[in-house]
Design a protein around this ligand. Structure first.
Ligand code: SF4
Length: 160
């Protein structure tokens, strides 16, 4: 957990109450997001950032809420898109985004209502490492942690 939230807990304040006060929310900060703050430092940093950038709050509070317009892609589409993406990446010179770009893109995706958990489809079974974040963009079906690292990739909603 990130330091500012560690401090809240060390002061004996319940984390949910602490974040609710930090963001000056009228309703308690959602329990499902408290759990995420504890295990996802990138998300936690974004929540902390929202204490000074209030415009982030509405999108953050929607994280993890299933969107009716989320699209489920077939395995065939996912494999086809993956192959196309690899070829395009190759054509652009296999360039990797800088850490700064990766972090900025990741923050945007983390607050996007189209982020969702990978489905149990075969196309998402392969992990690069055991701890790989398998959150996906439900618009394009890409694994976000991989997509943000490829310099030529673009957000299908033009958010980055
Ligand atoms: S790539 Fe774009 S649409 Fe997809 S989750 Fe990220 S910000 Fe949202």
């Amino acid at each position: 957990m990130i330091e500012p939230f560690e401090k809240i807990v060390q002061q004996g304040i319940d984390l949910q109450t602490g974040i609710t006060e930090l963001l000056k929310l009228e309703k308690p900060f959602p329990e499902r997001l408290v759990k995420r703050v504890k295990i996802d430092d990138v998300f936690a940093k974004l929540i902390y950032r929202a204490s000074s950038e209030k415009e982030l709050i509405p999108s953050l509070l929607k994280v993890g809420v299933k969107q009716e317009n989320n699209i489920q892609h077939s395995n065939f589409e996912l494999v086809k898109n993956g192959a196309k993406s690899f070829i395009n990446w190759g054509v652009s010179g296999f360039k990797i985004a800088s850490q700064e770009v990766v972090d900025e893109r990741t923050l945007i995706c983390k607050t996007c209502p189209y982020i969702s958990k990978a489905t149990d489809q075969i196309a998402y079974k392969f992990k690069i490492n055991a701890n790989e974040d398998m959150s996906i963009c439900s618009i394009c079906g890409c694994v976000i942690s991989r997509k943000v690292a490829l310099l030529n990739k673009k957000c299908p909603k033009n958010k980055w």
